[in-house]
Design a protein around this ligand. Structure first.
Ligand code: TMP
Length: 243
């Protein structure tokens, strides 16, 4: 069999072309980066874990009516996905103050937000993925006003589904990042991944602010036991089906 042609290599995944131009193969890597790749490392088994968690969540989101790029998982670290034109946006949804929201607003870590906050960041490594205002987003023509409305609606729907799902797993969904793309019909679809790399997940049975962390903050902040935490998220996710 010939080696598949690499289309794109990101920090956590590689996308390969397939014989069908409409379908790509996404390979999940063990590589981990933080702070715009200033910190680099490897989380053993992360590729397998994030591929399995993403497959499970995308399947369930599809079943709940959210269009995604997911087709099927075809190996421990591989899934077939629909080829999309990815929007250069990171859509972040927050339920509880953490991370850059605390750093930029002074809100105390763990403050519950009165309603979910949807934010748009410019997916641009050279610029450090800056937070966008709506006007800047339109200035740069990163999406149309109609698309921003649809993205906000989808992000809030996904937040509701995922918050409920993780809640059933005994996990609080603090915040998370989504990416979207346009299919051939110019329809928005959820792309990329949903995993402990892209979410903040707190174990509800732990009150200690460091011990409760089950996501990439363990790597970012050198909290240790990163692999164990990711594995625990996978086990809980696989044991639970979305209602
Ligand atoms: P932040 O608090 O650092 O802005 O992150 C918000 C959420 O987005 C958090 O769940 C981690 C996720 N995230 C990514 O998936 N990729 C990124 O590059 C960044 C900065 C955050």
């Amino acid at each position: 069999m010939s080696t598949p042609e690499q289309l794109y290599e990101g920090k956590a995944k590689i996308l390969y072309r397939t014989e069908d131009p409409e379908i790509l193969l996404a390979h999940f890597k063990d590589d981990a980066t933080a702070f715009n790749a200033q910190k680099r490392g490897e989380i053993a088994g992360k590729g397998d874990i994030n591929c399995a968690i993403t497959a499970h969540l995308f399947r369930q989101l599809e079943a709940a009516g959210i269009p995604t790029h997911f087709i099927e998982q075809v190996g421990a670290t591989e899934m077939r996905v629909q080829a999309l034109k990815i929007l250069p946006l990171e859509v972040v949804v927050r339920n509880i103050a953490a991370g850059s929201l605390c750093q930029q607003t002074g809100l105390k870590l763990g403050t519950p937000l009165s309603q979910p906050l949807v934010e748009f960041y410019y997916k641009n490594d050279a610029l450090g993925d800056p937070l966008l205002t709506r006007d800047r987003l339109f200035l740069l023509e990163l999406a149309t006003p109609d698309q921003v409305e649809q993205l906000t609606h989808l992000a809030l729907q996904i937040n509701q589904l995922l918050s409920q799902f993780f809640g059933q797993c005994g996990i609080t969904l603090v915040d998370f990042k989504l990416e979207f793309g346009l299919d051939r019909e110019q329809r928005l679809r959820l792309a990329d991944e949903i995993s402990p790399d892209t979410c903040r997940l707190w174990n509800q049975t732990e009150s200690d602010p460091d011990l409760r962390v089950m996501d990439k903050d363990r790597f970012r902040r050198d909290l240790g036991n990163v692999e164990v935490a990711y594995q625990q998220v996978l086990e809980r996710v696989l044991a639970q089906a979305m209602q």
